[in-house]
Design a protein around this ligand. Structure first.
Ligand SMILES: Cc1cc2nc3c(=O)[nH]c(=O)nc-3n(C[C@H](O)[C@H](O)[C@H](O)COP(=O)(O)OP(=O)(O)OC[C@H]3O[C@@H](n4cnc5c(N)ncnc54)[C@H](O)[C@@H]3O)c2cc1C
Length: 301
């Protein structure tokens, strides 16, 4: 019987693991991938003390830190969580069943899809959800970025290092990104803003050859990067009865407690930190969740 199982190995989960280990809890962090979404960040430039670091390098340093301290990391996917009669939990992974007193859900989010014709058909054939992974494949090509957030701005700016032309298509009249990023986008000659429009279809033969907009105009492009925001994973939360908001983010209090006893949540999957979903807030929530779990376990209730 573990004291605590942390599910998710992004900034929230790794930090929770480090704190729980220092509290001498019998604990493990389970994640299919370590580093989480930060692995896809080309450059992180807002984490204090680590200027201009690639997301991948940053998360390798975090994982190395946890491993060096002796935090138990289990690299596998969680398939199921069920509640036992005595208020403990059974966690099923691909290869074992684990019993634990407490859980921290730090599962993060996934990219929202456009859900339009051609999207699934051309996924990996011109449709991409990871600009840091795929931008170099579009050297000298024309591409679309769908979205208007910070991620969309970052995607468009990075793509200009490779692509010939980048269309930034978004439904709103103006972008939602940080003002400094909007300035950078506006100053870049390779980016053409296409506001007040949506992409309604992706066309091609073997690979993407164009996208159709909602006014039936067509942009001849070789790729489309989908940056429509993120959705939290609801696989376990619904089954366990964990309370969520209308967008399915887990509701927590300022101790990272959910409505279910002994289940805590941290990071992008929660409603915490005023909706600021960043490395620093995910990490902070992970630390608080581990602290709350520690106090609960020490109290012996
Ligand atoms: C392209 C991009 C650039 C970004 N740049 C910045 C930046 O510069 N600065 C900044 O502060 N933030 C940035 N962010 C945001 C930052 O990445 C997130 O806020 C942060 O990663 C959230 O951490 P998390 O631990 O909550 O979740 P995540 O990082 O999403 O980690 C969750 C982990 O849980 C794992 N998981 C999910 N389900 C299961 C399961 N069933 N079994 C096992 N494991 C599971 C996932 O695989 C993942 O590894 C960026 C995000 C993106 C996408």
């Amino acid at each position: 019987m573990y004291d605590l199982i942390i599910i998710g190995g992004g900034p929230a989960g790794i930090t929770a693991g480090i704190y729980a280990h220092r509290y001498k809890l019998n604990c493990a962090v389970i994640s299919d991938v370590y580093g989480g979404l930060v692995n896809t960040a080309h450059l992180v430039d807002n984490y204090p003390g680590m200027p201009e670091m690639s997301g991948m390098d940053m998360m390798k340093a975090w994982k190395d830190h946890a491993e060096k301290m002796g935090v138990q990391l289990k690299q596998t996917s969680v398939k199921d969580i069920s509640k036992n009669e005595d208020n403990t939990f059974k966690i099923t992974t691909g290869n074992e069943e684990i019993q634990t007193k407490c859980i921290i859900l730090a599962l993060g989010t996934q990219q929202k899809k456009l859900n339009i014709p051609g999207e699934d058909q051309f996924s990996g054939k011109g449709v991409s959800y990871c600009y840091t992974c795929d931008a170099p494949l579009f050297s000298g090509r024309d591409v679309v970025v769908a979205g208007c957030s910070n991620s969309a701005a970052y995607a468009a700016l990075l793509l200009t290092e490779y692509a010939n032309k980048v269309y930034l298509v978004f439904e709103k009249e103006t972008m939602d990104a940080d003002p400094s990023k909007v300035d950078e986008v506006n100053a870049n000659d390779k980016i053409e803003l296409v506001p007040s429009k949506t992409v309604k279809e992706i066309k091609g033969d073997m690979m993407v050859s164009s996208v159709v907009l909602n006014d039936d105009s067509e942009l001849k492009v070789d790729g489309i990067f989908v940056e429509m925001g993120k959705v939290p994973s609801t696989v376990f939360t619904q089954k366990l009865g964990v309370e969520m908001d209308a967008q399915h983010f887990i509701k927590v209090n300022d101790k990272q407690e959910t409505n279910i006893e002994n289940i805590y949540a941290a990071g992008d999957i929660t409603t915490s930190s005023g909706g600021l979903r960043q490395i620093i807030t995910a990490s902070s929530e992970g630390a608080i969740a581990a602290f709350t779990a520690f106090k609960k376990i020490r109290s012996g209730q």
